[in-house]
Design a protein around this ligand. Structure first.
Ligand code: 5AD
Ligand code: SF4
Length: 469
């Protein structure tokens, strides 16, 4: 085992000391921060850590960029035009910095881990003074101290990938939380930039994961989503003494925890043991987000996904056998290089066959440095667009079909929010298997569990009534 698998305690004590020194100066000044997060749950989680540090350093959260003294963009580079949008956002802050030189503008996240990106941005935007990647969050106090001393910094060391435990976190949500179980990814799907920017796979220790969950539950959190790029390969490097199914069993009895979710799963690693854990552990939710990406074997092979359509479908049917009320969601890419009309039809037929509760669909977009970006038979944008439209139409129809099954269904819902509709307050929340339902109620029920019966299925949503609060 590598000795530098974890950031040392001494290092963390040093960072905390810098934070409390900074707080002596920052707190009396009443300074405020604003963090804008793009991308996936992983980034949402990372932002919670940065916000945690900022709070420890004495900043409070601002409502918007305009009133903030520290502005940070947490970026994503997994798909599309994120770079253009970021440039727009940053460019728009130049006047602000001119008017108020004390304001600090920073950029972090996976886009900053891309080769040459940090340097390019520092050069192009003199009003940006702080750039850092995803692996160095533990050093935030030190980095910020340097910036407050007038330096401009870019810290994006990919090799610096030790796991840091015990970092502060500022979580907004009173009911649900994300907990990382691993970082990075070793799968190298040919379209995907994640392994290049987030580095190789590292799993946290089961004890650290469990104690974070215990602390969250003690603070009233009842729903936890375990996060990883491929949670099913948790512990596969032998460093944790537990595989994912064992981890699920190990954390499933955290007192007060009602719902455990996890994402994302990779079909090549979702084994019988995990399926048995989902079926047998009462608070593991009956929902699996299982990205399929394509329904065509040749495309799956070129994507380096390491499973066939047949294998994927066998997981779905086995899980349905073990857990009859299970729901699946997925990610699908259309227009991957070499995707013929026929290959695309295979994706359509798979979506028809499986009946996902929801699908997140994307037009393939080449990511610099990945294998697929160098493939010759790229698909024209217009074709990708057409296929995406056809696929989305199909999934909408499947969602309606799926919803109809729920009329008359009764179950427990965790209330996530409400919409005021004239006189009436409509609450919404999810059944444990991820299906969302809307129903009249009062806002005091926010974050509580209530029993709801589905009475109607509208196009995109279920409507119901409360049976008991
Ligand atoms: N182009 C389009 N979609 C992509 N995804 C990842 N990389 C790309 C890309 N280059 C999608 C995959 C993945 C989800 C998180 O993003 O479907 O599962
Ligand atoms: Fe990207 Fe594949 Fe890793 Fe998911 S499993 S993060 S798609 S390389």
């Amino acid at each position: 085992m590598r000795t530098d698998r974890f950031v040392s305690e001494t290092e963390l004590i040093k960072q905390r000391a810098i934070a409390s020194d900074l707080a002596l100066e920052i707190r009396p000044r009443g300074l405020r921060f604003f963090v804008e997060t793009f991308g996936c749950q992983m980034n949402v989680r990372d932002s919670e850590t940065v916000k945690g540090w900022l709070a420890e350093i004495g900043y409070t959260e601002a409502e918007n960029k305009e009133s903030a003294d520290f502005i940070l963009f947490n970026t994503c580079c997994v798909r599309d035009h994120a770079e253009k949008r970021l440039m727009g956002n940053i460019g728009a802050l130049k006047d602000r910095k001119d008017a108020d030189p004390g304001v600090i503008i920073g950029i972090c996240g996976c886009m900053m881990q891309q080769e040459g990106m940090a340097k390019k941005l520092l050069k192009r935007f003199p009003h940006v003074s702080m750039i850092f990647g995803t692996n160095v969050l533990y050093r935030f106090p030190e980095m910020l101290r340097d910036v407050l001393n007038g330096e401009r910094i870019a810290v994006t060391d990919r090799a610096d990938d030790a796991i840091a435990e015990g970092l502060p976190k500022l979580r907004d949500n009173q009911r649900s939380a994300f907990v990382n179980i691993m970082y990075g990814c070793d799968n190298y799907c040919s379209y995907c930039i994640v392994p290049y920017v987030r580095g190789h796979e590292r799993s946290r220790k089961p004890e650290d994961i469990r104690s974070e969950m215990v602390a969250l539950a003690e603070n009233g959190i009842t729903e936890i989503t375990l996060l990883g790029q491929n949670v099913n390969s948790y512990g596969n490097d032998g460093s944790t003494g537990m595989h994912f199914a064992q981890l699920l069993r190990y954390v499933s009895d955290v007192p007060g925890l009602k719902r455990i979710r996890f994402m994302s799963s990779h079909p090549k690693d979702l084994n019988e043991d995990v399926m048995q854990a989902i079926a047998s552990l009462p608070n593991v939710c009956h929902h699996v987000h299982l990205p399929v990406q394509s329904g065509n074997d040749e495309i799956l092979r070129r994507m380096n996904r390491k499973y066939t359509r047949e294998h994927y479908c066998s997981i779905i049917s086995r899980l349905r056998e073990l857990v009859p009320d299970i729901e699946f969601t997925t990610d699908i890419i259309v227009g991957f290089p070499g995707e013929t009309d026929e290959a695309f039809r295979d994706t359509m037929s798979l979506v028809e066959e499986i009946g996902y509760a929801a699908a997140f669909t994307f037009a393939y977009s080449p990511r610099q440095g990945t294998v697929a970006a160098r493939m010759e038979d790229q698909v024209p944008e217009s074709v990708k667009k057409e296929r995406l439209k056809a696929l989305n139409e199909l999934q909408t129809r499947k969602t309606v079909e799926n919803n109809e099954k729920y009329i008359g269904h009764t179950g427990e819902v965790l209330v996530e929010g409400f919409d005021e509709r004239g006189e009436e307050t409509m609450l919404y929340g999810k059944y444990q298997n991820f299906k969302m339902v809307y129903f009249p109620g009062c806002r005091e029920l926010l974050n509580r569990y209530v029993t709801v019966k589905v009475t109607q299925s509208n196009k995109n949503s279920l409507l119901g009534e409360m049976i008991d609060a």
